[in-house]
Design a protein around this ligand. Structure first.
Ligand SMILES: Nc1ncnc2c1ncn2[C@@H]1O[C@H](COP(=O)(O)OP(=O)(O)OP(=O)(O)O)[C@@H](O)[C@H]1O
Length: 239
């Protein structure tokens, strides 16, 4: 059972001046929402704030009826929130299987073997690599391990920071397809992505941040069709 994510008037930072200010957005259950914007706009800070890794000065973050502001990260995982950071997101010396196991520590699934089977069905590339150190895999495969680990706690909401960063075009397509497969399982996805045009093609909604504030929001289709959005954020005319 997934629940709506509601961020309301959220202001947060790292102890100095706020990095994000008065951010509001909602992500409906089972949707893919993408956060876009220029470098330094505060996109990663917003994800980190939802995952309780910054200092909140004002506002609220709700998953369903539950207020998340004030919860520690370790308490968020059992509440159904999981996250994949942008870099260093696998334990390089641990095997793929051990990496997946790490995802169960904060919120053990009811049936770990069954959950792992479901995840390996999503990421069949990992099936014959379970015993291999994650550090020996390709960038795309490592991203799959990181996503698989985040899914092992059976989250309602998964936060992904640039899941296609540094990947080849072929892997980029694979990761976007995988996000659609994950969405089909009912999990809500909120992600930051640099490949803005492709992300909007699979996203239900997009939110563009500029200088830490909401700039424009809309459905993926609306943002792709908006001339100003295309010119300023998508590198010009439609492909
Ligand atoms: N741990 C930190 N401590 C202090 N300031 C930080 C920290 N992390 C990020 N910042 C600052 O917050 C601002 C926003 O950074 P953030 O990484 O959220 O932007 P972004 O939109 O994700 O950028 P990019 O697209 O380049 O990844 C930047 O000015 C950055 O220097």
């Amino acid at each position: 059972m997934t629940e709506r994510l509601s961020v309301t008037d959220l202001t947060a930072g790292y102890g100095g001046p706020p990095i994000i200010e008065d951010i509001s957005l909602t992500v409906e259950p089972g949707e893919i929402a993408v956060i876009l914007g220029p470098n330094g706009a505060g996109k990663s800070t917003l994800l980190k704030t939802i995952f309780a890794l910054t200092q909140v000065a004002a506002g609220s973050i709700r998953l369903g009826a539950k207020e998340l502001v004030g919860c520690k990260t370790s308490a968020l995982v059992p509440l159904g929130v999981s996250a994949v950071p942008q870099s260093k997101n696998v334990f390089a010396t641990l095997s793929v299987e051990e990496n997946l196991d790490v995802g169960t520590y904060a919120a053990p699934p009811k049936d770990k073997a069954a959950t792992r089977e479901k995840i390996l069905a999503l990421f069949p590339d990992l099936k014959d690599k379970l015993g291999q150190p994650a550090g020996e895999l390709s960038g795309g495969q490592r991203q799959m391990v990181a996503m698989g680990r985040a899914l092992m706690s059976e989250p309602k909401l998964i936060l992904l920071d640039e899941p296609t960063a540094g990947l080849s075009p072929a892997y980029l397509e694979r990761i976007f397809d995988l996000l659609l497969d994950i969405r089909k399982t009912g999990i809500t996805i909120l992600m930051v992505e640099q490949n803005a045009r492709q992300a909007l093609q699979i996203a239900d909604h997009g939110h563009i941040l500029v200088a830490g504030r909401n700039h424009v929001s809309g459905t993926g289709k609306e943002l792709l069709a908006d001339e100003d959005v295309r010119r300023l954020f998508l590198g010009g005319a439609a492909a």
